[in-house]
Design a binder for this molecule. Structure first.
Ligand SMILES: C[S@@+](CC[C@H](N)C(=O)[O-])C[C@H]1O[C@@H](n2cnc3c(N)ncnc32)[C@H](O)[C@@H]1O
Length: 223
């Protein structure tokens, strides 16, 4: 193991411990994870600590309407649903099985609407309905992120936020496989005068592969 890898692993252990000390899970969140696993959904939901940071971001922007692209079993959806009193959450999922499990996992969250459909079909409909959001969480198909981002800018109220997950991991994977992953989104967002954006690197302490330990997200505010 290289010294860089060893120091990463050490940071991983310290951060995991500290995060576990801070997290207060709930039966609703625990059930969402266990039911998703029991029904064979892939284990690709956000980490609990990331859920808390998403909830805090929603509180900071005083989100009244949250849009999520990529529901899976509704685990992240629940963090949004419980973030701000009175918040309403709209989530989009195109896989019927994921959609059904997410509906089960959020049955007692009356402020959650989960739309079955492909994001690039649903987003124009939300725009045509005049819907607006205060926080948009993008966590679906990496190849469609630029399109999601453009729709998110149209759908987000001024001064509110867009969060694109896993952009740092895409950049590091792209360096290894020679693809444009992540880079294409960065170039796209840099040219967009309607937003101010930055990358926030994180340690993904729930990941087992060393290559996935460093991740992070793009955070943008719509001007
Ligand atoms: C990483 S998972 C979402 C995890 C979830 N946000 C969480 O943390 O609990 C990505 C989800 O996006 C869905 N997805 C992928 N492409 C999509 C598309 N074009 N439209 C809608 N959903 C899509 C997948 O089926 C999958 O359930």
């Amino acid at each position: 193991m290289s010294s860089t890898e060893a120091s990463l692993q050490r940071a991983f252990k310290i951060v995991t411990q500290a995060q576990n000390d801070l997290i207060k899970s709930t039966p609703q969140l625990d059930h969402a994870l266990s039911n998703s696993a029991a029904q064979g959904l892939p284990s690709i939901a956000i980490a609990p600590a990331q859920g808390v940071s998403l909830s805090i971001l929603c509180q900071l922007v005083q989100a009244r309407h949250v849009l999520e692209i990529g529901t899976l079993g509704g685990y992240s959806t629940l963090f949004f649903a419980n973030s701000v009193p009175g918040v309403k959450v709209t989530s989009i999922e195109y896989n019927p099985k994921h959609h059904a499990v997410a509906k089960e996992n959020t049955t007692d969250a009356t402020n959650v609407e989960i739309i079955l459909g492909a994001a690039l079909d649903v987003l124009p409909k939300l725009a045509a309905e005049g819907r607006k959001f205060d926080f948009v969480f993008i966590d679906a198909d990496w190849d469609e992120q630029r399109e999601y981002f453009d729709w998110a800018v149209k759908l987000t109220n001024k001064g509110k936020a867009i969060y694109v997950d896993n952009v740092v991991r895409q950049l590091t994977e792209a360096e290894a496989d020679g693809s444009e992953k992540g880079r294409a989104l960065i170039d796209h967002v840099r040219q967009d005068e309607r937003v101010e954006a930055t990358l926030i690197p994180t340690l993904s302490t729930h990941k087992v592969k060393t290559s996935e330990l460093v991740d992070g997200y793009l955070l943008a505010v719509v001007k």
